[in-house]
Design a protein around this ligand. Structure first.
Ligand code: SAM
Length: 254
């Protein structure tokens, strides 16, 4: 399984600073997961999709203060930017059964694209929390440009997703996404603890396993393959990656 992550990490760490928020990021330790790869539904994008069709945006570089704040909370690579593609989100949403009865929360919501997609395409009440103020402002701008009915269901908070600012969002959340691949272990532990305290969360997915799991939720044996902005980047000698293997946690009732 280790080799499956290798191209992803290479893609993340070898891309120029401008592609990932202006920081030259040191390599992280390689995350691990268990079990073989699953295709989460028939909507899975084809493995051979060429890299040119992948949406790779270049977000504005972070200011020094933003970068310092994010890394002080989440470790040296926590400000790294990459995102789930719209079709990756369709796979995620299909797999978790996202719908109008759900409250979707994105912990580390970047420019807010997933929050808006959840609100617009699935009718979910949808919210995101992002620590970088500039990225939060981009999300608010996108919210302002969204159709009124979808925008009315969506909201954004600027703050630490592992802090008190997330509590209000998590109090009603049923479905949580966390793009935590580059977050340090301590931040991941704090996030898991916040999620565990959220009473209505029924399913959580992330980019790598939370170090100690999430109390009250069980990690599924098979990860879900979701296409990310780097999924079309092929490394020499490596097979194309159809999507990132995302651990999925389900409420067990225990
Ligand atoms: C990889 S991006 C994910 C964007 C989007 N959620 C997605 O999956 O497509 C992760 C985001 O988490 C933000 N972030 C890092 N540490 C955070 C923290 N402690 N609280 C909130 N957001 C944080 C980063 O600034 C970055 O925008």
């Amino acid at each position: 399984m280790l080799s499956l992550f290798t191209p992803i990490l290479l893609a993340l760490t070898t891309a120029g600073p401008s592609a990932f928020g202006g920081s030259a990021q040191p390599a992280a330790s390689t995350p691990t997961t268990t079990g073989p790869i699953a295709f989460g539904g028939s909507a899975q994008p084809a493995a051979s999709t060429p890299a040119t069709t992948v949406r790779i945006r270049t977000p504005a570089p972070l200011g020094t203060a933003e970068l310092e704040l994010i890394t002080s909370i989440g470790g040296a690579r926590a400000a790294t930017y990459g995102e789930m593609t719209p079709d990756g989100f369709v796979v995620f949403a299909f797999h978790v059964g996202l719908g109008a009865d759900d409250a979707f929360v994105d912990l580390g919501s970047g420019d807010g694209a997933l929050v808006l997609q959840a609100g617009a395409e699935y009718g979910a009440v949808s919210s995101g929390i992002e620590l970088a103020e500039s990225r939060h402002r981009s999300a608010l701008k996108a919210l302002g440009a969204a159709p009124a009915d979808a925008a009315a269901r969506c909201s954004f908070v600027c703050g630490d997703a592992s802090g008190d600012a997330a509590d209000e969002l998590l109090a009603t959340a049923t479905v949580v996404w966390c793009s935590n691949l580059c977050f340090g272990d301590e931040l991941n532990r704090r996030l898991a603890s916040r999620i565990a305290a959220a009473p209505h969360v029924r399913v959580v997915a992330s980019l790598r396993p939370f170090p100690d799991g999430i109390r009250g939720l069980e990690q599924q044996e098979l990860p879900l393959l979701c296409r990310m902005s780097w999924s079309g980047l092929v490394q020499p000698g490596q097979p194309p990656m159809p999507g990132h293997p995302c651990p999925v946690y389900l409420r067990t009732g225990k």
